[in-house]
Write a protein that binds this ligand. Structure first.
Ligand code: GLN
Length: 393
């Protein structure tokens, strides 16, 4: 058999990559490496335990009842209503399900859609690095320019003066993320007030990536952009059901925004996915009615964080406190001088444990000898992982 001919080979120069610097996302690379090496996979963030059986039954019931055709473009009204109720209950703000809430195929699609709806050639977008890896490419695909504010281990504090200095006529958007992936840090109320001041009297739009809103530790409060009226009026707020209900493979999320922004969001959304999975939307609209299904998540994950951290407290890894998300950063500066990408590969191949090197989330690949470990795992998995980490000296 002849292998398929490649267009580029026959017509050199015809295809100019829109993302010349971008390779395959680190989550795919590390998960693949873990599988090839039979390593325990704490790299890509996903639970190794099941989503609630009751929720799974609600999905299959919806399918059996024939709810299998296109959902409305913006999402099932019953689900949008439940999202509105949850948001009002938690943050005291009312979003109109008709005009201000859209159900998406996960957080990444919502972020891509919001950026695509707003960003034009030459627009600048401020992002904080280490940054989740979908922001930069989405900005660049739309002709925009990411402007980076670097945060450093172990505090990862935002220097708002630096942000202020980066703002120009071209600044169209700022993307914030709390609880923060990959660092596990959260923003304070004061951070949000600073941001509010900075964007006042500008036309800067905000994306607030809050996909880990329900995973926040030590009795801290989630500072949703929706709680700050001067931010909410210009924000796309993104959330994810996959993180909250342990089913990242379902790819379900949503976006909240004032109606003028949402109108633009939907213009793009309808041609990116049109609408998302119908039976799952039915199930989620029922499941959300019981608030314990999301309110108990913080203590559920806090136990996992504490268990994991306690198991490795005598190891040579240094713990960088996690305040939210299901990620734990560990510094290996006392173990090795190797680059974090090399060290992550070495740990996967030699010690059979996979993590994510944090330098990949910095535009200049700043290497602070820090790895990210996902603790959305069963206790036995965490124990097994800890036993490996404890032996690394
Ligand atoms: N959000 C997940 C993480 O940070 C990965 C999602 C993905 O693989 N695209 O690990």
């Amino acid at each position: 058999m002849q292998p398929i001919k490649q267009f580029m080979q026959d017509y050199p120069g015809q295809i100019k990559s829109k993302l010349p610097q971008v390779g395959t996302t680190i989550f795919t690379v590390m998960s693949q490496l873990a599988a090839e090496n039979n390593a325990i996979n704490l790299s890509q963030g996903f639970p190794d335990f099941e989503s609630d059986k009751a929720l799974i039954k609600m999905v299959s019931d919806a399918m059996a009842k024939g709810m299998n055709q296109y959902a409305p473009m913006a999402g099932l009204m019953a689900l949008r209503e439940q999202i509105a109720i949850k948001t009002e209950k938690l943050y005291g703000v009312t979003y109109n399900p008709d005009t201000e809430i859209t159900v998406t195929a996960g957080g990444t699609q919502a972020i891509f859609t919001a950026i695509t709806a707003i960003i034009k050639e030459g627009d600048e977008v401020i992002i904080f690095t280490p940054a989740y890896d979908c922001y930069g490419p989405a900005i660049e695909l739309n002709g925009g320019k990411p402007m980076y504010v670097q945060l450093f281990a172990p505090e990862y504090k935002i220097d708002w003066n630096h942000v202020k200095k980066l703002i120009s006529q071209r600044t169209k958007m700022i993307i914030i993320n709390t609880p923060h992936n990959p660092t596990g840090k959260i923003v304070t109320k004061n951070d949000m007030v600073q941001l509010e001041k900075i964007v006042q009297n500008t036309d800067i739009i905000i994306i607030s990536d809050e996909v880990y809103e329900h995973i926040i530790f030590d009795k801290q409060k989630h500072q949703s952009a929706s709680k700050f009226p001067h931010l909410a009026e210009r924000s796309f707020i993104i959330s994810s059901f996959g993180k909250t209900f342990h089913n990242t493979g379902w790819k379900m999320g949503y976006c909240l925004a004032p109606s003028n922004l949402m109108k633009e969001f939907r213009k793009a959304h309808q041609f990116i996915v049109f609408s998302v999975n119908t039976p799952i939307q039915y199930a989620l609209s029922e499941y959300l009615k019981n608030e314990n299904n999301y309110l108990e998540l913080s203590s559920f994950y806090q136990q996992k964080r504490d268990f994991f951290v306690n198991q490795i407290k005598d190891s040579k890894f240094k713990i960088i406190p996690s305040q939210g998300t299901y990620f734990q950063l560990l510094s290996y500066a006392d173990i090795s001088n190797e680059k974090d990408t090399d060290f992550a590969i070495f740990l996967t191949k030699k010690h059979k444990i996979a993590s994510i090197p944090v330098s990949v989330f910095y535009h200049k690949n700043t290497d602070e000898k820090v790895l990210r470990f996902c603790f959305a795992k069963k206790e036995e998995t965490l124990k097994y992982a800890a036993d490996i980490l404890n032996k690394i000296v």
